[in-house]
Design a protein around this ligand. Structure first.
Ligand SMILES: Nc1ncnc2c1ncn2[C@@H]1O[C@H](COP(=O)(O)OP(=O)(O)O)[C@@H](O)[C@H]1O
Ligand SMILES: [Mg+2]
Length: 342
């Protein structure tokens, strides 16, 4: 196991800065999630870390050693791709053995290692099947076994769950996380899905346009977003942002709307909004509307426990007062950065 450190990594393709100066420290044993929209440079950064791509500038350190010029295989890092890349005509056994065969390991040792990896992932009974005879979740475990068979010091996962259906994704998420905790493997996990990031990461690095916007625990990222990008990228529905008189912004989450009987309490700020429509989702009701803004009408979303809003009590076109605790308001500068004034 080893810590991974990137120091001001830049990668330029033609004119595009795919990675724009990323410095990131992933301590030994940490599960770090890189979260960002499609095209923000996540895959490129992973490919640089495992050595499939050479950075334009900056240093990469693994276990404290600079590995800029070390070829991929010698870096001791495993990468699992979005598509898994299993060989369809090989059995599971031979898929897992493949990285060891290319290392010319004696076949007895290969069998031992394959057995070890298969046991680790609970796929011992699947060794003689071919990929097409496996479910999506089983394929994923085989790909993981193949990534781990060389006992890497760190594991890189690039959107590994994107090919699974929603239900399987939830269980696969827990499987990967349990496995990682059990083995204590330094892991960098790429996703554009903020729910995955929140649920899995020890820490999350939020990336946009090849830059890190914020690094923090899921709680820090959610409660204290560093800027408007992070505030609106993490959380569904996203944080409400309304412009203020002075040109800055005020943010509050859809779940921050207080019950009506708290309007007028100390330490709350009151607003009013017009209901446009609402959706009943069983555990909650999502209300979409517009707020009487400071200089214009601003769209807002409220997530209310159904108990707070009896059926038919929020009708389109009605104006309602609502309140948010001052401690849950977040202020942003016109530049988008978090305001230091409170
Ligand atoms: N080999 C390449 N040649 C040219 N542009 C590339 C190449 N790989 C990636 N890019 C560009 O770099 C940017 C980041 O891509 P990528 O790292 O794949 O993003 P992500 O994985 O976050 O979706 C994109 O604009 C993409 O088009
Ligand atoms: Mg990608």
């Amino acid at each position: 196991m080893a810590a991974v450190l990137t120091r001001d990594i830049v990668k330029t393709f033609d004119e595009i800065n795919a990675v724009n100066g990323i410095s990131l420290r992933v301590p030994d044993g940490e599960f770090m999630v890189l979260l960002g929209p499609s095209g923000c440079g996540k895959t490129t950064l992973l490919r640089i870390i495992c050595g499939l791509e050479q950075q334009t500038s900056g240093d990469l350190l693994i276990g404290g050693n600079i590995v800029n010029d070390i070829p991929p295989r010698a870096r001791g890092i495993a990468m699992m791709f979005q598509s898994y890349g299993l060989y369809p005509h090989y059995t599971v056994r031979n898929n897992i053995a493949f990285p060891l065969r290319t290392q010319r390991m004696p076949s007895q040792d290969i069998q031992k290692k394959v057995g070890w990896a298969a046991q680790l992932l609970g796929i011992g009974h699947l060794l003689d099947r071919r990929p097409r005879q496996l479910s999506g979740g089983e394929r994923q475990r085989v790909a993981l076994a193949r990534a781990l068979v060389r006992e890497p010091t760190a594991l890189l996962l690039d959107e590994p769950l994107s090919n699974l259906d929603a239900k399987l994704r939830t269980s696969a998420r827990q499987e990967i996380k349990n496995f990682q905790q059990r083995v204590g493997l330094t892991t960098i996990y790429v996703t554009h899905d903020q729910v995955e990031a929140m649920g899995m990461g020890d820490r999350i690095a939020v990336i946009d346009h090849g830059r890190v916007r914020q690094v923090g625990t899921p709680i820090e990222i959610y409660q204290d977003p560093a800027d408007l990008f992070v505030a609106t990228f993490v959380g569904a529905p996203p944080m409400n942002i309304v412009t203020c008189n002075g040109g800055g912004y005020l943010g509050f989450r859809p779940e921050n709307f207080l019950p009506r009987d708290m309007i007028g309490d100390d330490g709350v700020t009151e607003f009013s909004f017009r209901v446009d429509r609402s959706e009943y989702l069983g555990s909650e009701r999502i209300v979409y509307g517009v707020m009487d803004g400071f200089d214009s009408k601003q769209p807002i979303t409220a997530k209310l426990p159904p108990a707070h809003v009896a059926e038919g009590s929020v009708r389109p076109g009605e104006w309602h007062r609502f309140a948010v605790k001052n401690s849950e308001l977040r202020r942003f500068e016109a530049s988008g950065n978090r305001s230091t004034r409170h």
